[in-house]
Structures are given as structure tokens and as C-alpha cells.
Design a binder for this molecule. Sequence first.
Ligand code: SF4
Length: 889
Amino acid sequence: MGDFAAAEIDKWLREGGLVVTASDRAARALADAFHRARQAEGLTAWPAPNILDWKSFVRAAWDERSTDARLLLNPEQEEAIWVEIAGEDRSLATLLDGPRHRLASLAAKAHDLLCSHAPQFLRASTRSGWQQDAAAFSAWLADFDERCRSGNLLSPSRLPLELIPLLQVETAARPPLLLAGFDRILPVQRELFDAWGKWREAAKGEPADVIEFHAVGDAQAELAACAIWCSRQLSANPSARLLVVTQTASTRRGEIERAFLAHTGPAFEFSLGVPLIQVALARAAHDLLRWLDGSLNEQELDWLLSTGFAAASAQESAALQAYMRTLRRFSLERTQWTLAAFLNQRCSAEFLPAPWVERITAAQRLLAEFARRPQSPLDWAELAPRLLDELHFASALPLSSAEHQALRRWQLAVETCGSLGFDGRQLGWTDFLSQLRRSLEETLFAPESLDAPIQIAGPAESAGLAADAIWFLGADEDTWPASGTMNPLLPVEIQREAGMPHATPQLDWELASAITSRLLASAPEVHFSFSRQSKNAELRPSRLIVKLAGEANELPPELAAPASQDSLTVSIEDCSRIPFPPGKVAGGAGVLTAQSQCPFKAFATARLAAQGWEAAETGLTPSQRGQLLHAVLHAVWSGPPNGIRTHAELLSLTDREAFVSGHVRRVFAQELRPHLRQRMPRRYLELEELRLIRLVTEWLNYEATRAPFEVAGTEVTHTVPVAGLVLDLRLDRLDRLNDGSQLVIDYKSGAVSPSAWNLPRPDDVQLPIYAGFAIDPEEALSGLVFAKVRPGDTIFAGYVGDAAGTLFPGLKGSNPLVKKPFGAEQLVAWRECIEQLAKDFLAGRAEVDPREAPKTCERCGLQVLCRIQEHQAQLESEDESDSEEDGDE
Ligand code: SF4
């Protein structure tokens, strides 16, 4: 607010005058400015300023004058009536809960628009010509009026209309009003102010002395320029108050926060809050209540337990998270977790903290007791905090000030939902929680202002905010003036005639023009900016801003972001290595595979027991399918009494599919864990069996074309020493070929290639270790192959000494198995590489050094632990500065 207007308002308030603002945010801003001015004058006490926002002003005036006993509805109560009306419509659009609520919300808005812009259409007789959706709404509105009349209810949208006649008949003098922060005075507001008596708008301040319009390359550079400008302003004048106006405060909040943190530190705050459901404490409370009588999906439960709000102590919280890990270790993961399923796993008694189990069971019992009969929303609203108390919710750690405020706001939302019993209705617990969720989604929460020097606000919310300088982001032609959609339940021509929001481009232009003019008169220095490029589209400057601020200029160099930001991470060269004691290590060949893929991965998995988790799936997971495939092939080649051992036996099978089918059914019966069987539909498992029968039969048909062979072993285990490290190895299969040599085989159902064994950093060393360390040196080794058992892609891929003679007779020279034969020197090179990997692991080599970033990292799952993204960003910025230096030379 410019000096002139601020001085006028301050004088008005000091003299005890009443100021009405367009929003409660503007009222708070003016009150803060008033108090700051008194403090600056050295006063220690002064009368509270008389400032009311529009809604509070109307409510106070009505309370003073009204004598009727109607219940003034709150927004949730009003919407509940509209939902009921929409539900009774029985049209397709209102059958489902979500669309019904959306339509009800549109109807409430349409009603509010009529009240504020065209109240003559509140009389049913004036709406007789309305067509289609508008006609349906007209009928809903008549129903709404009738329900309000018979229930003695009053919509807050009607309050100004009720108040106007009361003011008109009143003879007593009323104090004059000074209006502040109104970018547009609605028809009903004008009529009410006229009925009140004397009123006027606060004079606009003087236009800014400095007005700049900047064109910036892209949205990120624009944000950075604004943050750098704020930082420079505060360096020049630490007591300066800055206002950043943006239409994307909610959609780009994270990006904005990062840019300002990087350039200004924490000297900023958003004046617009976030939906309460996005605040961890409120969401955790809602999820926990929901879990007492329903299920949470795996991700929700992981998140809830990780917040610590569901536990009474840090130890309890850690135990709950450890329990989730244990469930996964036992392959007991689920996509959905009911509380009963969570509590009744076979490892629960050992791993779940007993006091927690007692509390949550007691809370569940209490809820079940209540839920036996429908309750009023008020009863549920009283029960919800009791349940949370019973659970010792959010008591593990002391709450921050913002969390205390969020808890109060949550409680308020619960009480508001409790008020839905205004008409005697009763609800089930699930409906109450759905209503609560909607309320949490619609409630915006912002912690109390800490009076930060930089305020970030939307164009409309910026009304009344005082500043020494302003920066307006996103002043391009597409977004300013802001456009929007009309209400689909009101006739277009009525919206146009009444000047309702977004009814014509001219109205959008006028509103944007009023806001821009107000901003120009709100500070001595105002900057506008727009980015030329957005998502591959070129943007032009806003015509409105060009008209008011002149043509856009190039950004001054001092506001351009440096090519690379200083990293917020303090990096320390860590050359320390903690040796691993020679001897056995769990994990088998996987340890050295990990050491080759990334030394840190081996350290984290083998020494810190870190693990990445596969998300639970509704059906079988890829690894469960892989285990079943391995089990079937093991059973097939296990020899008598049920299996076969040789090529000849394979050829002698009269019906391969029937043979495979018997094995598949036996494996499913023996290997599929009961909990999986219980939660998967029988037909689904039958289809999985059929799929496996087809796949294994296809594989046996392929093997039938081989030269004679004998299976020397399946699921063969060996313990081998490798350079001081002792590894337990397991091999899928070992074949003896027609020349007496041994072939090392690994079944794979995924996409694999022998290039995974390529030196100097193999991606997989399982078979090379087996071939190099587990095969008796007296035995001849014919090679190593992946057996790719994939539908339509059944093939051996690898290196074999004489593939045409020992594997597939008559194999052509162009076949990769023939083209790249296995040789003894390859084995020597693998052995050397593997020994070096073992030595590195034993020496404690644990650098974050992925073999092939980002591919290796995408399959790893340890990104959170190794923080590779930060490492990459730093490496990239070092590369950039190196190349710049090279260029300078
Ligand atoms: S995510 Fe990448 S860098 Fe991190 S441990 Fe895994 S492979 Fe190494």
C-alpha cells in the first residue's frame, strides 16, 4: 500500500474510524501495519484498530439488527444440503459420491453468484425460461429455498441481502466506512454500503517511482532473478518489506521455496496456506482414524509409520517401521493393510510393541462399540479426538509451534464436521471420515505469520499487504489477465449481463487492470517479469503490463542467476576405509556383483544390511514368478522318481505338456505361501499355472533340439574362498555335454545379455565366480550361459567352447554362440577381476561410483542412502566449470 493510502488509513483508524477490507488477510495486514506504526512512535499501549473484513462486517451488522431465530449455515452445512438435493436428482452425474459433491459445490457457488450479482433471479418465477443444466439448477435452488424455509436456516450468501432492508429502515446514524483492498466492488456490496450511509474507498497511493518490466529466458531464471533481487534489496535495506506476487504460489510452491532458500535464506513466507490434508500431522491423524475401521494401502501405511505420529515414543516408532521391514523379509507384503491383518501376522507377537498393540486394539474396540448404531456427526466429532488420545497420537516427539497450530486447525475441522448434525441427520463412521477428508482438502492452513520481510502472495491475496517494493512474476500474455471458466449451472447471458467473474474477456481485463493499478500504487518500486519460454512454447509479454509499465527489457546482468549454484551440501573428501574381516559374508555372489556395480552398494547391502523393496502387487510379483519358474525347472530336472535327467529322457516323454503340468501343479501346491493363496483369486492362480505350463513346455521343446546332454545338478551349492572372502554360491544348473565337459547355466526370465560379464566392470559376476572358483579344476569347462526362459524368447545366450558340436548340432557360424566361443583366457581374466573385487570389498572400498549411471542406479533402490543425485549435480557443475576454464584458455 502506497504511503498516501497507508497514511490515510492510519489516520482514519487512529481517529476510531471503521475500515472494511475485502478479505481477512487484508484486515490482518492492515492491523499489523497499524501496530507497527504505533510501536515506531514509541507507544507501549494503544486502542485496537477498528478493522473488519467484508464477511465479518456483514455478520456483525446482521447480528446487531436481526431478531429472527434462523440458524446461519456454515459452508460445510450449506454444501451438505446441496449434496442431498443433488443426490435426490438421481441423474447419472450425481450417482457417484465424488461427482455429486463437485456438482453440489458448483451449485453453492452458482447460488452465491446470484446473491452477489443478480439477486432478482433468486425468485423462482424469474427463472422459468432457463434451459437444460440451468433449468436443473433452478429446480435445485427452489428445493434449497424450501429446505431453508422449513428448517429455519439461512445461507451466508443471503446475509447481505437480508441486511440491506434492515439498514434501509433503520434511522440511527452509522459511522462512515473506509474501504480498503477492494479490487472490485460487487453489486450487492455497493447496495449494502449505500444502505449503510457514508462510505468511500481509500485513496490510491501515488504510482510507483520505479517501474520495470523484465523479459527472462525461462521460468526458472525468472524465479531466480526475483529471489536475487529480493536478496539485494534486503542487503541494501535490512528492514525493507518486499512483496512477491505470483499466480503459481500453490502449483510451484516447492520450486519457489528452493529458489528463495538458495538466494535469500529463510527470510520469506507464503501468505497463502496449503490444504490441511497436505500437512503431515493432519493427514496422519486422518489416516490413523481411517485405519481403525478400514484399510490403508502399503504406501500410506509406510508413510504413516515413518512420520512417528502413530507411536508414543521414538523406540515404538522405530519398532513399527522395523516390523514393516520384517513383513517384507518374510514376503508377507500386501497392497492393502487392514489393522487386523497387520496385527495378526505370524511374526507380530515378536516384533510389534505390546503397549502399541494394546492401545490400538482398545481404540478399535471403542470405535466398534460406537459404530454399532448410526451416530450424529457431533458424536463422531467427539469420538475422533478421544480415539487419537487413546492412541497417544503425536506424542513421540515434542510438537513444533506450526504442528501445534495444525493440530488446532485439525480439531476445528473435526468440530466443523460435527456441526453437520444441524438438521438431525445421522452418519456412519466412514461417511464422517469422508466428510472430514473433504473438509481437510478445502481448508487452507498457513502457520501464523512470523512477519518475514518477503511475503509471497497471489494477485488477489496481495490486497492490503504493505511493501517497500514489489515483484510481479508471470506477466505473460497467456496468464495475465488471468482467465477462468464461467459457472456451468447459470445461463451464459445472465452471467454476462450481471458481470459475473470470467463472463467476458473484458471483465477479466478490467479486474486484472484494477489489481495491477493497485499494485503500482502500493510501493515506490514495482517490477514485473515474464519468461519467454515455457514448456517448448514461446510466450509474449502481457499486453496489460506493457500498457501500464512499458515494453519489457532484458534482465539486468546483476539479476541473472550464476551458471551453477553454490551447493548447499558441504562435501568432505572421505578417504577412510574400514576393512572387512576376512571370512564369510552373507549374500553370496551378489556381494561381488554389487561391488562391481557400485562399491557403495556392496558396502550398504552386505555391511549395513540396507535393502530396496519391491512394492507389493495385487498379483504375483516378478520375483515370486521367478521363484516359481526356478522351482518348476528344478523339479523337472531333478531326476527320478518324478523328474528327468537326460536329453534322452526328455525325448522319450510322450506328452511334454502333461509332464510339465504335473510339476507346475505340484510346485504351486507346495511353494505358494498360504497367505498369497488366500488373498489371490483362484482363477488368477489357475491362469498363472497355465502361463507357466506353456512357458516351461516351450523351453523343453527348445532343449529337445540340443545335442545329447545330462543334467549333473540343479540348485547346486558350493562354499568357495575368493581372496580371503568366503562365499556361499548357488547355481541353477550344471550340465554335462556330449564331450564330457561341464556347462554352467543360470535361468533368467528377464532381459539379460552375456555382455553383463564384460570386463573391466562386469554387471553380474554370479556365473563367472561359479565357473572360476567352484568347478573342479580337473573338470573340463565348456562355458557359461544364461538360459532365457521368456515367452517367445527361449534361448541360450553366453559363451560356449564348441557350441555347434556340443550344444546344438549344425549351429551356423553366424550364431552368437559360435561367433564368440568361450576360451580359457577369459576365465583367467574373470578370476583376476573377481579376486580384485573381493580384495576391494575386504579393504572397505565403498565409493559411490555406479558402473553405468543412471542405468545402474535405476535398478538399485539405495538412492536415498547414497544421495547420488547430489553427487551427480556436484560432478556436473564441476564438469561445467572445468569446460568453462578450458574454453577460457
Ligand atoms: S543408487 Fe547408484 S550410486 Fe547409489 S548405491 Fe546404488 S548404484 Fe551406487
